[in-house]
Design a protein around this ligand. Structure first.
Ligand code: 5RP
Length: 236
């Protein structure tokens, strides 16, 4: 079945399938967003249908929610679940400390809320997303639409006071309109090149009026499952 996939997609598939084995009967599970997380959701749906696995799942986006329902997973809101045993989600970049950049798929806010409401977070990824220093991938920052240009200017201004290489930010677009998150917010993508101190940057960004959340996940992920194109995976 994976024959038609590109090597990167085969690696994502492998990571998702290995991580799905961490899910046990009766667990409350957070489901991430993105192409890697979609493989996970499909695999868990398979386990539900074939093995009778019983889970309660909290999706991190409308996309994931729709897919989870389609494959037969029991979906509830985070408020209904209250607390989760495990969240499994993709990432755009990760480093040796398991600090992540997330939000390439625009779901960083729900992803961060769900991951931090979980006993454990497992990241599923292909090997190419591992970096020595975060920042080559543009950092997503979710802002409310009201006064977004003022927020953007302030974000760029505060970048002068932290250890990053670039300071340009751009409004994420969807065709000729601003991309809109599930919460009705916009996303600024920050071209930083190099993030010297992710913890400091994450705190500083969230001080800017209008910023709802940023895509740096610091001290949230516990483990990473790295998939490879040959179907093998390694867990750290
Ligand atoms: C969505 C995310 C995704 O996990 C991230 O963008 C990785 O996506 P993919 O698995 O498609 O490479 O953070 O907001």
């Amino acid at each position: 079945m994976t024959d038609q996939l590109t090597p990167v997609d085969r690696a994502k598939f492998a990571a998702a399938h290995c991580a799905a084995d961490f899910v046990q009967d009766g667990m409350r599970v957070g489901l991430g967003t993105g192409s890697t997380a979609a493989w996970l959701v499909r695999r868990l749906g398979q386990r539900v249908r074939q093995e009778g696995l019983r889970i309660i799942a909290v999706p991190t986006s409308t996309r994931t929610s729709q897919l989870a329902r389609e494959v037969g997973i029991n979906v509830v809101s985070l408020d209904e679940a209250r607390w989760l045993d495990l969240t499994i989600d993709g990432a755009d970049e990760f480093d040796a400390e398991l600090t992540l950049i997330k939000g390439g798929g625009g779901a960083l806010l729900q992803e961060k809320i769900v991951a931090t409401a979980s006993d454990q977070m497992i990241v599923i990824t292909d090997a190419a997303k591992e970096v020595a220093t975060l920042g080559a991938f543009p950092l997503p920052v979710e802002v409310i639409p009201f006064g977004w240009q003022a927020s953007k200017a302030l974000v760029e201004e505060i970048l002068a006071s932290v250890d990053v290489m670039g300071r340009q930010s751009s409004l994420r677009m969807n065709g000729d309109r601003p991309y809109m998150t599930d919460e009705g917010n916009y996303i600024l993508d920050l071209a930083l090149g190099r993030i010297g101190n992710p913890r400091q940057l994450a705190m500083v960004l969230n001080q800017v009026p209008g910023v709802v959340e940023n895509g740096l996940f610091v001290d949230i992920a516990d483990q990473v499952v790295i998939g490879h194109a040959d179907g093998k995976c390694e867990t750290r």
